[in-house]
Ligand binder design. Structure first.
Ligand SMILES: N[C@@H](CCC(=O)N[C@@H](CS)C(=O)NCC(=O)O)C(=O)O
Length: 236
């Protein structure tokens, strides 16, 4: 039942955060208007600290004054509160469980590998991280075949939960190509997934949430500088 303030929706994010992009895409797919509040993660503001005091991380969705944290939980919340014509998650309980399995795999096993590529201090470390990324991406080729049943997207004829969960990473993957000439989703190794990625970035939801490549590269530069400073021996 709709209540007072139900249309008050805010998203705390950064332009380059794949997890925030995921949430913004879910809101877009379900036709929800929201106020977007860009955060500075190097100087975290009061609202972020008060809204996500445990993790102090973006994204946070604030709905009618109540914060919801963790991007996968937020996407499910959006799906439940503002269900569009079709739910983002599959209707069948088994298919839903499979989608959640792959979502956890993407966040736990795949995302850290592209952060590893970004973070690598030497060419050797980067090559090792790339090998890890290719190994992590390989099972997603079969996951796509299983979930899509031969259709264009993980969710079928239009994008759904897993499309958002993996698709939000394509901008970081593209930034890696710009920065290091690295291809993580490669048409030679994972042809179906590569074709899916090409289709996904052309969807309206992806285009709406796509950060400008300059913002991605700027954010990546700041992160690399922070990691390098953290790894440097302390000055005497
Ligand atoms: N598992 C979280 C990951 C969120 C996350 O790592 N956010 C990053 C930005 S991409 C962040 O806010 N980092 C700041 C920090 O951890 O201090 C989710 O899915 O929401």
């Amino acid at each position: 039942m709709a209540g007072q303030g139900d249309d008050d929706v805010k998203v705390l994010g950064t332009a380059a955060s794949m997890f925030a992009i995921r949430v913004r895409m879910a809101l877009h797919v379900n036709g929800v208007s929201y106020e977007y509040l860009e955060q500075d993660l190097f100087h975290k503001g009061e609202l972020l600290l008060a809204s996500n005091p445990v993790r102090k991380a973006v994204p946070v969705l604030i709905h009618a004054g109540r914060p919801v944290c963790e991007s996968l939980a937020i996407v499910e919340y959006v799906d439940e509160v503002w269900a569009g014509a079709a739910s983002l998650l599959p209707a069948d309980p088994y298919d839903r469980a499979v989608a959640r399995f792959w979502a956890a795999y993407i966040d736990d096993k795949a995302v850290p590998t592209w952060i590893g590529i970004m973070r690598a201090a030497t060419e050797e470390d980067r090559a090792e991280s790339l090998a890890g990324a290719l190994a992590a991406v390989a099972p997603l080729e079969d996951a796509f075949a299983q979930c899509s049943s031969g259709k264009a997207f993980f969710a079928g004829d239009s994008i759904g939960y897993l499309d958002l969960v993996l698709g939000c990473n394509l901008f970081w993957i593209e930034a890696l190509r710009h920065m290091f000439g690295i291809t993580v989703i490669d048409a030679g190794r994972t042809p179906r997934l590569a074709a899916w990625a090409e289709r996904f970035v052309e969807t309206e939801a992806a285009k709406k949430a796509a950060p400008p490549m300059e913002s991605m590269l700027e954010e990546a530069g700041k992160l690399r500088a922070m990691w390098a400073a953290a790894a440097a021996p302390a000055a005497k």
